[in-house]
Design a protein around this ligand. Structure first.
Ligand code: LER
Ligand code: MN
Length: 276
């Protein structure tokens, strides 16, 4: 298991769930605190210069853990189940650009609310069909690039489609591709799943990466989630991937990051040593 932290460019919207903004600033701070990688929250591939990004990561001894795409939905308004075919085509083009980038940076793409949602005037079966078809198209594009697509279950107060890990697993079983999986987020799981550790163990075949945040979306340790239960569930499933801090930058970005590193780096060490 390795630890990452979600960061974005300077112009990311105020409500993006990232600790720091500005890639240079973020990389320097992440390395200082002992994170192993950074999760890059992007709107499109053009947000970064791949050459500059590669030298920045080398300079600070960091890896790119994944590319996350919350802004594709929140800023650009693009999503898989849009009723308009031309919007779906633009969505595919943006994701294909991000997949090209991910082939050199982490090999993992997150899909949050860009998966789409149940909408008035669209039959639920049609929403699900568009979701499955788009996943298949993107997985087939991503496979030769060795990139995996990860759908993130998100709680019911943010979206009405794929809220729990169990719902995500059911939908993904219909996609029938090897390079698709889930990115559970402990904040959302606390709202939606019957048991956090239980669901992580039960659906381990799909669990590729995990967002760590406490019950109040602050740094792990600042709320009431039982992270021992999370770790035990992951261990039962044989998980050996990235966990990434995706929290509100409160009380301020540096404090939130430091609290996260101080709480989670020892967990990662215990996990990797098999001491749970
Ligand atoms: C994104 O990773 C996330 O967790 C969502 O809450 C964003 O809407
Ligand atoms: Mn998340």
């Amino acid at each position: 298991m390795k630890l990452s932290v979600a960061v974005a460019g300077e112009h990311a919207p105020a409500d993006a769930f990232v600790v720091w903004r500005g890639f240079e600033h973020s990389a320097e701070k992440a390395a200082e605190l002992g994170f192993h990688g950074v999760e890059l929250a992007l709107k499109e591939a053009g947000d970064v210069d791949p050459g500059k990004l590669a030298s920045l990561l080398t300079q600070y001894g960091l890896q790119a853990s994944c590319i996350s795409t919350g802004q594709v939905f929140a800023v650009s308004g693009l999503y898989f189940t849009h009723p308009d075919e031309s919007v779906r085509a633009r969505t595919l083009a943006v994701f294909e650009g991000l997949i090209d980038l991910a082939s050199d940076f982490g090999g993992l793409i997150n899909v949050g609310r860009a998966r789409g949602y149940y909408a008035e005037g669209q039959a639920p079966e049609q929403t699900e069909r568009l979701f499955v078809d788009t996943c298949r198209t993107l997985c087939d594009y991503a496979a030769p690039h060795n990139v995996t697509i990860m759908i993130e279950p998100v709680n019911r107060y943010e979206i009405n489609f794929i809220n729990s890990v169990a719902e995500g697993a059911e939908l993904l079983s219909r996609v029938e591709r090897d390079n698709i999986g889930l990115m559970p987020d402990t904040f959302h799981m606390n709202i939606e799943d019957v048991s956090i550790g239980g669901a992580l163990a039960e659906h381990a075949e799909y669990v590729k990466y995990v967002h760590f945040a406490d019950s109040n979306r602050l740094a792990p340790g600042q709320g009431h989630l039982d992270f021992d239960d999370v770790l035990r569930g992951l261990k039962t499933g044989g998980f050996d991937g990235w966990v990434s801090i995706e929290i509100l930058p409160k009380p301020d970005p540096d404090t939130a990051a430091r609290q996260s590193a101080e709480a989670v780096l020892p967990m990662v060490e215990r996990y990797n040593a098999g001491r749970l």
